[in-house]
Design a protein around this ligand. Structure first.
Ligand code: PLP
Length: 428
C-alpha cells in the first residue's frame, strides 16, 4: 500500500507517540525524572559533546516533552520543536538565540499585553530594543529595520481583537532584510492557520491556551520552520560560528535545517532554564488530541455569539474578523478558512460602569485573565489588566472603558448567549 500522508486530525493524536517499548503503555508516560543513567563514560561524553542525541537532564530534555515537541513540529509543518515552561519563555528563548545586547527586533504593536510588557521592559534590561510597527501596514516594518535588526515578530491572530495578520507580506519584508519572521500562533492554533506555509521561519505558542485547551497547565513551544539560512550573513553567530563549549561545533553546519531548535535547547534552555514540567507536557499532549474538534466548536460558537452581540441593543460595536462585514474578513477567509478563532472584543453601552456590571453579573462565564479554555472566559481590561492607566492611555492600548474581551468556550452556545443576555440586561 502506498504510504498515506496522515491528516491533521490523525497527527493530533499520533504524531511523535508510540506504545511505550518498556511497558506497552499506550498513552505516553509522564517521565517524572530529573536525570538519566548513562551507559558508560564514553556515552556520557558523546551526549555532552552533541555527538549523540539522548537524555541527560530534564532541564534540557525529557521523554514526555520530546513527544510533545514532535507532535507540535508535525502539526505546524516544522522540522523540530522545543517545548518550554510558558509562552513567555518560548519568546525569550527564541529571541535569545538571535539577539545580543545592542540588537533590535521589530514587532507588531497589535500584541498580547503581556508580550508588550516583556518586549518593552524586561527585554530592555538584556539590551534588546523592540521597535513597534503596525500589523496592518507591512511597510511600517521595513522602515524600522537596520543593520542591528535580528528578527520580525507578529501574532497570527492578534490578542485581544483577533486581527488576522498578512503573514506572507510581512515575511517578505523580513526576508528582504535577511532576518527571520517569528509568528506567535497562540490565538489561531495550527488547526486554523499554519504560519510556516505562509512564509514564517519560526512559530511560537503559549501552549497554556488552545493547544492544552483546558486551563490546567502552563507551557510554550518554539517550532523551527527549517526555512532560514542562518549562514547567509554574520548576523546570527550562535548558529553560524563555532561554539567553544561544544568543542567548536558550528550548529547550523552540524544540524542543518533544525539547527535553530537545537540552539534554543542546547544554549537557551540549558542556560536560561525554563523547562516544562513533565506533568504539564502530558496534560498538553492529551489536550492536543482533541484540538481539531474543540477549535472548530470554539469558532462556530464564537461566530454565533458575535453575530448575536452585533444585533444587541446594549452593544455599540463588535470586533471579530469572522463577521462578514468586518474589514479583516477577506484576510481571515484566505488564511484561516475554518474560522476566526474564539477570542474577540465588543463595546458595551454605558462605558466603565456597564463593563464592570456586565462581568460581575455573568453566571456561567468566568471572569479571569486567560483565553483558550473549554469554558467561556471574560475580562474587562479597563477595570483589571489596564486599571492603572488613564482613560486616554487605555483607549490608545485598545482597552477603552467599554471594551470587553471574550474567549468563547465549547459549551452549548444557547447557554453562552443566555448568560450574556441576562448580564447585559443588568447593565442599565
Ligand atoms: N502569546 C499570546 C497571544 C498570549 O495570549 C499569551 C498569554 O496570554 C502569551 C503569548 C504568553 O503565554 P504564557 O502565559 O503561557 O506565558
Amino acid at each position: 500500500m502506498a504510504q498515506r500522508v496522515p491528516g491533521f486530525e490523525t497527527l493530533a493524536i499520533h504524531a511523535g507517540a508510540q506504545p511505550d517499548p518498556a511497558t506497552g503503555a499506550r498513552i505516553t508516560p509522564i517521565f517524572q525524572t530529573t536525570a538519566y543513567v548513562f551507559n558508560d563514560t564514553e556515552h556520557a561524553a558523546s551526549l555532552f559533546g552533541l555527538q549523540a542525541f539522548g537524555n541527560i537532564y530534564t532541564r534540557i530534555m525529557n521523554p514526555t516533552q520530546a513527544v510533545l515537541e514532535e507532535r507540535l513540529a508535525a502539526l505546524e509543518g516544522g522540522t523540530a520543536a522545543l517545548a518550554v515552561a510558558s509562552g513567555h519563555a518560548a519568546q525569550m528563548i527564541a529571541l535569545h538565540t538571535l539577539m545580543t545586547s545592542g540588537d533590535n527586533f521589530v514587532s507588531a504593536r497589535q500584541l498580547y499585553g503581556g508580550s508588550i510588557n516583556q518586549f518593552g521592559h524586561s527585554f530592555k534590561n538584556f539590551g534588546w530594543e523592540v521597535r513597534w510597527a503596525d500589523a496592518k501596514d507591512p511597510a511600517s516594518f521595513a522602515s524600522q529595520i537596520d543593520a542591528r535588526t535580528k528578527a520580525v515578530f507578529v501574532e497570527s491572530f492578534a490578542n485581544p481583537a483577533g486581527y488576522v495578520t498578512d503573514i506572507a507580506a510581512i515575511a517578505k519584508v523580513a526576508h528582504d532584510a535577511g532576518v527571520p519572521l517569528i509568528v506567535d500562533n497562540t490565538m489561531a492554533s495550527p488547526y486554523l492557520l499554519r504560519p510556516i506555509e505562509h512564509g514564517a521561519d519560526i512559530v511560537v505558542h503559549s501552549l497554556t491556551k488552545f493547544l492544552g485547551g483546558h486551563g490546567n497547565s502552563m507551557g510554550g513551544v518554539i517550532v523551527d520552520g527549517g526555512t532560514f539560512d542562518w549562514s547567509a550573513s554574520d548576523k546570527f553567530p550562535m548558529l553560524s560560528q563555532p561554539r567553544d563549549e561544544y568543542a567548536g561545533v558550528v550548529l547550523h553546519e552540524t544540524f542543518g535545517n533544525f539547527a535553530f531548535a537545537i540552539a534554543c535547547r542546547v544554549l537557551g534552555l540549558r542556560d536560561l532554564g525554563p523547562a516544562i514540567a513533565p506533568m504539564n507536557a502530558f496534560n498538553i499532549l492529551t489536550g492536543i488530541e482533541t484540538l481539531p474538534l474543540r477549535m472548530q466548536r470554539h469558532c462556530d460558537n464564537a461566530l454565533a455569539v458575535a453575530e448575536h452581540l452585533k444585533a444587541h441593543p446594549k452593544v455599540d460595536w463588535v470586533e471579530y474578523s469572522g463577521l462578514a462585514d468586518h474589514p479583516n474578513h477577506a484576510m481571515q477567509e484566505k488564511l484561516s478558512p475554518n474560522g476566526a478563532g474564539a477570542v474577540f472584543t465588543f463595546g458595551v453601552k454605558g462605558g466603565y460602569e456597564a463593563g464592570v456590571k456586565f462581568v460581575e453579573s455573568l453566571e456561567i462565564i468566568s471572569h479571569l485573565a486567560n483565553i483558550g479554555d473549554t469554558r467561556t472566559l471574560v475580562i474587562h481590561p479597563a477595570s483589571t489588566t489596564h486599571r492603572q492607566l488613564s482613560d486616554e492611555q487605555r483607549a490608545a492600548a485598545g482597552a477603552g472603558n467599554d471594551v470587553v474581551r471574550l474567549s468563547i468556550g465549547i459549551e452549548n452556545v444557547a447557554d453562552i448567549i443566555a448568560d450574556i443576555d441576562q448580564a447585559l440586561d443588568k447593565t442599565g
